[in-house]
Design a binder for this molecule. Sequence first.
Ligand code: ADP
Ligand code: MG
Length: 483
Amino acid sequence: MSIYPPLSSSTQLNHIRAEAIDWALAHGLIVRPTTEKQQYFEHNAAVTHAPLALYPTPFPRAEFFKAKDLQIPWNTLIHRMSKDNLLLKELMETLSQVDDFMKRLYDIYLQVKTEGIAQSASLGIHRCDYLLHADLGADAHTARIQQVEFNTIASSFGSLSTRTTELHKYLLSSIDNYGEGQITADQLPDNNTVDSIAQGLASAWKLYGKSNARVMMIVQPGERNAFDQRWIEYALMEKYGIHLLRRSLEQVINNGKLDPVTKALTIDGYEIAVTYFRAGYGPEDYPTEKEWEARLTIERSLSIKCPTVAYQLVGAKKVQQVLSVPGRLERYVDDDATADQLRESFAGLYPLDDSLEGNQAYEMALQDPQRYVLKPQREGGGNNVYGDDIVSVLQKTSVQDRNAYILMDLIRTPPLDNLMLREGVILNGQVVSELGIYGVYLNDGTNEVVNNIGGHLLRTKGVETKEGGVAAGFAVIDSPLLV
Ligand code: ADP
Ligand code: MG
């Protein structure tokens, strides 16, 4: 490939920027600006375009389809792990002493299992995230996908990613020389994330089988920056005629009722067929006992949970590490070929507990911290430790508290060039992209009713930023240019 993105004069670049901003604003590829920029409008009426890549970022075609092909096996794998009581028990033996949040989730899991599970169906809306890896000094063409993590709760950015694919297609078709012969429409794969998530929620709603019941989305109280959630709500309404209620955990406890006999959950007079969590993944979402009570009430209820507490527990980074131990993944996968394909995408993962392996990993990390990432058991970005900081964190952490972490090989992605647009400002530089593949899965307690690949997400960040959060302001939304 010649120079990419194509060199543009400042006049051309201004034109591309103006086109991108208008298209984004007109098509809902938008976010709310930061609070201080909201001040000129009342009632949060101001929006800006989502942070985005002006050109799609090249991604190897074979690796893209490899990631997509792994998603259906992943959906089944996550479900089977969630049914493995011993796996969850083993997980908590490591975590319960050091992680109160995970312990409380596990307590809910145990309590509801003892009482008897009212709803045997479960809905999964997952996202598996990958980075490309090439060994130091190796040709960038040897880059292969390595899994960063799998998310089983509140996987976001589905709608923004769908729109970004459309934006890049629009720019290609409407601007002369936008791709300079380097981009063709068939290199921009279709991306149906919003529809696939809405379809998953609709399938669960149908399985519940009550035409006047509603879907409830659990959101953070007072959440404003929620277009990504609203698109799913609108798709559910417009395509399937299904109403969705947005409620915080606090509202569930204040206004919700659980029928003591049928376990039907009603809120403000509406029966809830499906509870879809877009909040509740971290301790910040449970500031008081009320929120925990709400989580228990939902888990006890007849509503179909997305995710169940068990799904959330197996999404733990510790489980990702346990799966990488030879023989462990294979317990949940029927055929060897699929297990091999899944395993091929695993980066090196190590425990940091007081086992032989854990102590070896501890020594490795101290000796060569640049090769690793230290990860605590948390979701949502900004928690990882890199390089020399690994040494200082490990040295001040007791053997016991090390259980809260896993160690992972640093994935080294060959950087590329691109132009990023944030609040109207173009940033030019070397970037690294993380590919996410959505998975939608419904099991009625006996059979797989839905097992689909959703769409995809590409998040692109400057090489110098370690973490990948778009919401946190580190990254932009992008789409892959298959090469
Ligand atoms: P979170 O639950 O916070 O999203 P992740 O495991 O996704 O946790 O890590 C956050 C970010 O850190 C990722 O998006 C990626 O940019 C970076 N990261 C995580 N693991 C690795 C790794 N092994 N090598 C390189 N970068 C990583
Ligand atoms: Mg992540």
